[in-house]
Design a protein around this ligand. Structure first.
Ligand code: TXA
Ligand code: MG
Length: 344
């Protein structure tokens, strides 16, 4: 018997055209061999597999510890590829594509027979996105097949927006991660269900309901429509996207209220990190105070990185100011509410 060296995850850079092309070729060869790779997208890093290779798709679920009923998003690089994955393509998809693709929008459509149960969790629909990130687009084009990819994190943990975040959770579990720097959007895509009688948002994102309504006047008011045919979207359950430290929301009134709220959660100021979206007059010896930019896009870009960094500091508690109302804040609000949801 001899000791096996621990498996290592190879990290490839993309900051020169040569490195970029080399990383595309390596990623495609990893995907062709039926393995998975963590790759950059404009939203969050994704854990990619060839969508037409059911065994490779099952690897994604194994590595993440993801329940088999939680369906995956399939990523395409053309409308022809989309038609290959969808059973029917409503006219609204073409209008949406004109405005939002390539980009951080995912649509749920009836699936084609080429999409396996492993991807859909056994359901009759498939989620499809045409990503804007140049690296991801090149990988899909060169592979010639759609690419299944969830966020490159363990199930129920924070989605990664840098390679450091990916390696923190998946180092040694995957053969390859490609570094293209921090993700520009920073939160996962807006998921829009077009398989029911009325379009409905299943997961809010940086493309807001108001933006979608310009193209889809009949978009359902709520986050999910009552007469949806899809019942499974486990990403829309609470306790998703959670840091390790407990996280509570607050509306700012005074610092003494914050100190009291910390106390109610068994933490003193020195063990508590405060996160706000406006500068607040704070004097207590808080463990850290983070002020997010008062802009939904800039806030979204910073959110997971700040939660990751704060979590590493091992606070007893994170207190985060409730974001403003308004559909442009819905994506950020949704992720924060999930992170604050009670854990079992
Ligand atoms: O921005 C993103 O969407 C990233 C990047 C990698 O593209 N991907 C991502 O994937 O966030 P994931 O697996 O972490 O989240 C996919 C979400 C889940 O909430 C899942 O339940 C939902 O999409 N979903 C996937 N297929 C679905 C379907 N057929 N019907 C309803 N919801 C679906
Ligand atoms: Mg995810």
């Amino acid at each position: 018997m001899h000791n096996m060296p621990p498996p290592v995850t190879k990290v490839l850079e993309t900051f020169t055209p040569q490195l970029f092309r080399h990383a595309v070729a390596e990623t495609v060869s990893v995907l062709r061999s039926g393995q998975v790779a963590a790759i950059p997208t404009e939203t969050v890093y994704g854990l990619a597999a060839d969508a037409f290779n059911p065994q490779a798709v099952r690897r994604i679920f194994q590595i993440k510890g993801r329940p088999a009923v939680n369906p995956l998003i399939v990523h395409v690089a053309s409308m022809a590829m989309l038609r290959d994955c969808a059973g029917t393509v409503p006219e609204s998809v073409h209008r949406l594509a004109e405005f939002f693709w390539p980009g951080p929008l995912t649509v749920v459509l009836p699936r084609s027979e080429k999409i396996s149960d492993d991807i859909t969790g056994g359901g009759g629909t498939v989620a499809i996105r045409w990503p804007g990130h140049p690296f991801f687009r090149d990988v899909i084009r060169e592979l010639g097949n759609p690419v299944a990819a969830p966020s490159a994190n363990l199930s129920n943990r924070l989605s990664p927006t840098t390679v450091e975040h990916v390696l923190d959770q998946l180092n040694g579990l995957i053969p390859l991660v490609v570094d293209a720097g921090p993700c520009a959007v920073g939160i996962e895509s807006t998921v829009l269900d077009l398989s029911g009688t009325v379009p409905a948002i299943l997961r809010p994102g940086i493309i807001s309901a108001d933006a979608l309504r310009a193209v889809l006047p009949d978009l359902s008011e709520g986050i999910t429509s009552k007469d949806r045919t899809v019942s499974r979207s486990p990403g829309t359950m609470p306790i998703h996207y959670a840091p390790v430290a407990p996280l509570r929301l607050f509306h700012f009134t005074s610092e003494s209220d914050l100190i009291q709220l910390a106390g109610e959660n068994d933490a003193g100021p020195g063990q508590t990190i405060i996160m706000t979206h406006l500068p607040r007059p704070l004097a207590a010896p808080w463990k850290d105070c983070i002020v997010f930019p008062f802009d939904p896009e800039a806030y979204a870009r910073a959110l997971y990185g700040e939660l990751f960094r704060s979590d590493k500091a091992q606070p007893r508690l994170i207190l985060i100011e409730s974001p403003p109302d308004g559909t442009e804040w819905a994506g950020v609000s949704d992720r924060i509410k999930r992170a604050a949801a009670p854990r079992s």
